[in-house]
Ligand binder design. Sequence first.
Ligand SMILES: Cc1cc2nc3c(=O)[nH]c(=O)nc-3n(C[C@H](O)[C@H](O)[C@H](O)COP(=O)(O)OP(=O)(O)OC[C@H]3O[C@@H](n4cnc5c(N)ncnc54)[C@H](O)[C@@H]3O)c2cc1C
Ligand SMILES: *[C@@H]1O[C@H](CO)[C@@H](O)[C@H](O)[C@H]1NC(C)=O
Ligand SMILES: *[C@@H]1O[C@H](CO)[C@@H](O)[C@H](O)[C@H]1NC(C)=O
Length: 544
Amino acid sequence: MENSKPSPVFSFLSILALYFSFFTITPTSSASLQDQFISCLQRNTNVYFPLENTFFAPAKNVSMFSQVLESTAQNLRFLTKTMPKPGFIFKPIHESHVQASIICSKKLGIHFRIRSGGHDYEGLSYVSEMEKPFILMDLSKLRQININIKDNTAWVQAGATVGELYYRIAEKSKVHGFPAGLCSSLGIGGHITGGAYGSMMRKYGLGADNVLDAKIVDANGRLLDRAAMGEDTFWAIRGGGGGSFGVILAWKMKLVPVPRTVTVFTVTKTLEQDVGNKILSKWQVVADKLVEELFIRVIFNVAGINRNKTVTTSYNALFLGNKGTLMKVMKKSFPELGLTPKDCTEMSWLESIVYISGFPSRTPTSVLLQGKSPFPKNNFKAKSDFVKTPVPESGLKGMFKKLLKEDIPMMIWNPYGGMMAKIPESQIPFPHRKGVIFKIQYVTSWPDSDKRPSKHINWIRDLYNYMTPYVSTHPRQSYVNYRDLDLGKNKKNMKSSMKLKQAQVWGAKYFKDNFNRLVRIKSKVDPYNFFRHEQSIPTLPVRS
Ligand SMILES: Cc1cc2nc3c(=O)[nH]c(=O)nc-3n(C[C@H](O)[C@H](O)[C@H](O)COP(=O)(O)OP(=O)(O)OC[C@H]3O[C@@H](n4cnc5c(N)ncnc54)[C@H](O)[C@@H]3O)c2cc1C
Ligand SMILES: *[C@@H]1O[C@H](CO)[C@@H](O)[C@H](O)[C@H]1NC(C)=O
Ligand SMILES: *[C@@H]1O[C@H](CO)[C@@H](O)[C@H](O)[C@H]1NC(C)=O
């Protein structure tokens, strides 16, 4: 079959779009840019690609383009009219298309963003506020999963979701699992690059701790596996953050054992039911010391209205074992919660994924194949912290006061310890290990109808300031998968030594001392900074 070039004829819709200035570049230039890109691709790959469902440009069909752009984008904040839009979207269907894309973007001087699952907190996988034009390479059509139970491994392509991975594992075996994220729609491509924690982290560590091999395309368009990329690059991609070292095509995972029966519970207390924060204070003391099979996180929400408004703390847990054993563990280590057998439900590991993900009970596990999140998308801003000594009662008091002031605040306290404390800080770039009791995630969200995003963003910054005395210092640590541009941005027109200095501030927060090694590796494998975004790993200044 012959590839036909897209027609440059403007549709009524695209003129309309232009009129309302939806797009930062005009349909004319995006169409010709796309044409040049396509003919370059055709010269650089001999694997056929249909133009119809692989290229999406506003000039061709603006509603289709928006639909594809919005499909997996999780944060509505980065889809508003004023946000820059990609000139076009390309969905490769073969590895060689990714290789050719890199060669062609370089040749044509086009900046591009890489998207696997679209969960980036700052929208960096589908919006560039630094450079225009930019294009979007969406890997959602590269989503093959090959499970090999015999040798406890799986090869997973970047565009697959973690939900699909879990489902495909369970299809083959009821006693195998993988310890990655809790939210089923996460893209395995971006997710693993930042660490990837989930409810089995205390037993098995992070997703990135359980990677055996990877396939990437580097800045020269070469396809490399672990042996070919070398141990430095293989180290950097497992936690050094997405979009800095190459395009991940696939990960090879080490599967872990799970019991046939696991137990879950969620016990919710209001402020009034936890007098003197007895339960929450005890949780802070035991959360990281409980048996490794037990993961209890605390989710904070506000409930009620007016004077009845209260903060609720939900103790949401997975236990790798049965109800009877769990009851014994809780009686011994955390009786203050008052857990009863009635609160607990036994189920398969796969069912526990659906449960912890937040789907209503009895949702069939096949929901994991639908790439859906249980919650409607909204606009949000999030930040993170790591806690090394329990937050005292006085600190909690002020924190609750602040939560009660916001419309839709949320916090998640996520326990560490267990395997997390046994893995050395420099094993992979993710450095938050021994000494961390728990991680805090702060989130505020608002619907599109709310026209005061800055009010909410200011609120979360204020809460973050308030928490300063109670969290890690020197550096104040943050989780790179909870990307936060408040911590600092790469600037374009700045001397490279200054750029590096600025980056060291957020770099230390995400990676501690590992940041320096990431910079050295980046300088070696991508010296011209082809893979870049607002918070990509910078290169060393070139000495003359
Ligand atoms: C609702 C929600 C729940 C979450 N739950 C968890 C959780 O339980 N545990 C956890 O650890 N994290 C969680 N996260 C954070 C999540 O791990 C990160 O947002 C992660 O980067 C998402 O990966 P993605 O592929 O879906 O995102 P994308 O937005 O596609 O990518 C994220 C970043 O990686 C880059 N990237 C994407 N694909 C590739 C690739 N193939 N090669 C190189 N770079 C790439 C992008 O350019 C971008 O910079 C959650 C996020 C959300 C929004
Ligand atoms: C544009 O895309 C939409 C789907 O979003 C489709 O229904 C419509 O037929 C397309 N229009 C044209 C002119 O191809
Ligand atoms: C608070 O709750 C009580 C009982 O639940 C109810 O009677 C009362 O009207 C509520 N007050 C407000 C201000 O919402």
